[in-house]
Design a protein around this ligand. Sequence first.
Ligand SMILES: N[C@@H](CCC(=O)N[C@@H](CS)C(=O)NCC(=O)O)C(=O)O
Length: 205
Amino acid sequence: MKLYASPLSSAAFKVFAVVHELGLPVTLVPVDMMKGEHKAPAFLAKNPNGKVPVLEDGDGFCIWESNAILCYLAAQKPDSRLMPTDARGIAQVQQWLQWQATTFGPSTSEVMMETVYVKMMGRVKDDAKYAAGLEKIRRDLGVLEEALAQREFLCGPLTIADFSIVSNLLLRTTMGVDLEAFPRVKTWVARLEEKESVRKARPAL
Ligand SMILES: N[C@@H](CCC(=O)N[C@@H](CS)C(=O)NCC(=O)O)C(=O)O
């Protein structure tokens, strides 16, 4: 399998972490986003949205949207239990994956844009947008804090949902996101960041 990705992408980070967790044979194909490689025809043929990551398996089978990629990877090793097989377990993992894609991911992207990416894009930080994004992140962290009451991981045992959501907190220091008011989230993040798979996937910043 080949993973087309850029090292600074949080969407790619979660995929790398699960690849390492499962010990799958995946080769990284770096996509230079600064050079616009993700908008070139060869890449758009793999993902018409022009976004990373994309996983290619075998003869041109391509899958995009990082959470869908995580489902595909977990299906390669069902014994890992990173994706449960019972109806409730599947629904719970899907609930968090969709919450990441529709809620937490967008909240953190707003703040990433005004912190991590602002300099790369050669513009000044928009303080109002930053503050609004941070407020949304605090709201979302409250949801996670509740969910982690009496649970080590979001769905009980470790699943791809944990990898998906923690990816958005990886650059929290640069983003100015403080977890002190969310002690369960802080412990959960530390638990995940201790994992070798997560440490291997972390970009060197
Ligand atoms: N929902 C997508 C988001 C992918 C995404 O936004 N990737 C960013 C990098 S983190 C990207 O390729 N951005 C380029 C663009 O939007 O033009 C996923 O989870 O895969």
